[in-house]
Ligand binder design. Structure first.
Ligand code: AMP
Length: 356
């Protein structure tokens, strides 16, 4: 059997942040080269990639040269401008495909897709103006959350509405951006599943992890998560359903709320995910290699977890802890090579493995 993407081929990665960096490291372990396309200078992925193009996403010439130089294209974030993808798709295969991006770029489209698959979501309504917000609040009630349909991440672009009288102000804060209103889910905790689907349709999932957020940013992921066997199976099956529903190729993250009535899907990320970083030290094949294998048309690897683990993000001044962490037994450090520390900026993470 031959491997569809030969060793030595070049993988194009759109986005040069830490996810691109860790994808590039995993790809190089399998003998691939990586070419990163990123508008910002001195990007974390650029330090470990074979080639970097530093150009904005509307630079057609740079995109064309990048597309010609690579054998397959993937990405580390979902908000890639459509025009850039239109241009690139004629030059090299893009995995995960356009449909996964189209659906996950827009909260409304995503929720409707999940509903069509028969999966539970928070109650939601499309909000385009004051009148539709009023109708939405009448149906969903308060407290509820007004979210921009696009470009939200780490809790940005969200306003909680506790009092219907404050709704007009919340809408104004959105500055005219298309939005959805979501009912607040009364969850006990949050978990996520990192799943992978190969080019030939095989699906595999890592164990669900339990996520703790602070100020909208992921703080830690603990594995195993507090889930019953039935919930664990549900989590994995619904992630597989989503991957199959999208005819997905690559790794995706599915964020879930755990409620007494069952699991509710919060969000899909069509890429490797922060809450999957624990796989680097607790599985033979981590999420980054799994993604590279999938987009290269390789068989999926063995993602079984061999040890309990807690992943902690190092955010901003957490970098001051590095000298101590470096001496801590059973702690694996992953630093992103970012030159400047800023509050709220993800600088690295630490995986604490729990020896039995
Ligand atoms: P998101 O950007 O949609 O993932 O939201 C960021 C965080 O806000 C989530 O991880 C939850 O902690 C919280 N959140 C978002 N949507 C809801 C909801 N409908 N009900 C309760 N909490 C939510």
């Amino acid at each position: 059997m031959t491997l569809p993407l030969p060793i030595g081929s070049t993988i194009g990665i759109i986005g040069g942040g830490q996810l691109g960096r860790m994808l590039s490291v995993a790809a190089s372990r399998l003998g691939f080269r990586c070419h990163v396309f990123e508008p910002g200078a001195q990007c974390p992925a650029g330090q470990v990639a074979d080639q970097v193009t530093t150009a904005p996403y509307d630079d057609a010439d740079a995109l064309r040269a990048f597309g010609h130089a690579v054998d397959v294209i993937t990405y580390e974030f979902e908000n890639i401008p459509t025009d850039a993808l239109d241009l690139l798709q004629d030059l090299a295969p893009i995995h995960p495909g356009r449909e996964a991006l189209r659906i996950s770029q827009d909260r409304l489209t995503e929720k409707m897709f999940l509903q069509e698959l028969g999966l539970a979501t928070a109650p939601f309504a499309d909000v385009t103006d004051a009148a539709s917000l009023e109708t939405a609040i009448a149906r969903i009630g308060t407290p509820s959350i007004l979210k921009t349909r696009r470009f939200g991440y780490d809790g940005k672009g969200q306003v909680r509405i506790t009092d219907p009288a404050a709704a007009a102000q919340a809408l104004e804060d959105m500055q005219g951006a298309p939005a959805i209103l979501e009912g607040v889910v009364d969850f006990s905790h949050e978990v996520s599943v990192i799943a992978a689907r190969s080019l030939d349709g095989a699906v595999a999932a890592f164990d669900p992890g339990e996520n703790l957020h602070e100020d909208g940013i992921l703080r830690s992921t603990t594995v195993p998560a507090r889930l019953s066997h039935a919930q664990q199976t549900d989590a994995v099956l619904l992630a597989a359903k989503i991957a199959n529903g999208l005819t997905y190729v690559g790794v995706l993250g599915v964020e879930l709320f755990v409620t007494p009535a069952g699991l509710i899907v919060n969000e899909i990320a069509p890429r490797v995910h922060n809450s999957g970083h624990w796989t680097q030290n607790a599985c033979a094949i981590d999420q980054f290699e799994q993604h590279i294998r999938a987009i290269a048309g390789w068989p999926l690897g063995d993602g079984q977890r061999h040890i309990d683990v807690v992943m902690e993000n190092l955010i901003g001044d957490d970098m001051d802890r590095v000298p101590v962490l470096a001496r801590t037994p059973d702690c694996a450090l992953h630093l992103y090579g970012k030159a400047t520390t800023k509050p709220g900026r993800k600088m690295g993470h630490a995986n604490f493995v729990k020896r039995p």
